[in-house]
Design a protein around this ligand. Sequence first.
Ligand SMILES: *Cc1c(COP(=O)(O)O)cnc(C)c1O
Length: 370
Amino acid sequence: MVDLRAQFATIEKEVRRAIDEVLATQTFVLGPQLEAFEQEMAQYCGRRFAVGVASGTDALALSLRACGVEPGDEVILPAFTFLATAGAVIAAGARPVFADSDPKTLNIDPQSVRSLVTPRTSCIIVVHLYGGAAEMEPLLELASRHGIVIIEDNAQSLGASLNGKKLGSFGACAATSFYPSKNLGAYGDAGMIFTDNEEIAERIARLRNHGQSGRYLNAEPGWNSRLDDIQAAVLRVKARHLDRWIAARRAHAARYNQRFAKLDGIITPASQPNSLHSYYLYTLQIAAERGNPGARRDHVARHLASRDIASSIFYPLPLHLQPAYASLGGKAGQLPVAERAAHEVLSLPLYPEMTNEQIDRVADSVIEVL
Ligand SMILES: *Cc1c(COP(=O)(O)O)cnc(C)c1O
């Protein structure tokens, strides 16, 4: 799906130099590389503050806590997302309430969200799935009318934008992930929170460091969720290439789209007007035959595999049907768009260093089997 070695070959010298610098100083935790990286990323996202943490999952969990989500609260999130979005809600002691998706973009459907709001709803987590913007306007309007906080899960959409504003700059907080395969990937685990609210930023900076407000002074219980300086140094180097890499992803996606334009029974990735997709994933929807959900999509995946081409399903089971959340009473048929998407989506290989020949070889194989 992603060839990280191809990318490393293009930046090896810069990365090794940056790591060597950290080794020379022997400053590994909460050091100058992290501080510089936080400032650079806040500026990149158009936000006042950025706080580095240990993972995207921690970034979500700490955002929920810092935004005042409390045990017993309800948090609305899409059913069609990665496990971590819901895991973070559980970590905050709150109750996940799963919303359905928009059939075109597969992002959280504002209509569905509206129907799920109760007096106990304190937060909506908006995921910009695959790197494409969710419909922010109606969600922001709904949230402000009900006094609900919006947190963006920006793990897949760093560098993407809507109406000229970077994704990650809409919610009270935005959480992102630097998992190695993400558009900006560390050489290990790392994450970050963006906000314009100084109080929230300070609280998260405390929480990630055992809740310390001074040396060994515990303002509130926290834990250890720090982004170390070696990862920050690597990420600073890679961040300088991010926009160029996203442009390459977009060009590759456009080439796939063009190749698939005349194909029946598939939907190529859709994005909102006035938005810029970051194409963390290039995901087709392959319409199922009646009574045979998933068969046609799985047939395409098997054909690609027989040609030594990777493909992957993000995500095969919506969260309301996961065993982990059975106690919440989710039922098959309850969120039809999310459930259909789970049978129809197939992500194709996409990374900046792909060549047109590689794109065409994948596209040829898809066209051949369909
Ligand atoms: C990757 C991802 C996360 C979690 O990030 P980690 O850094 O792996 O903890 C959360 N949400 C979404 C949508 C993701 O894609």
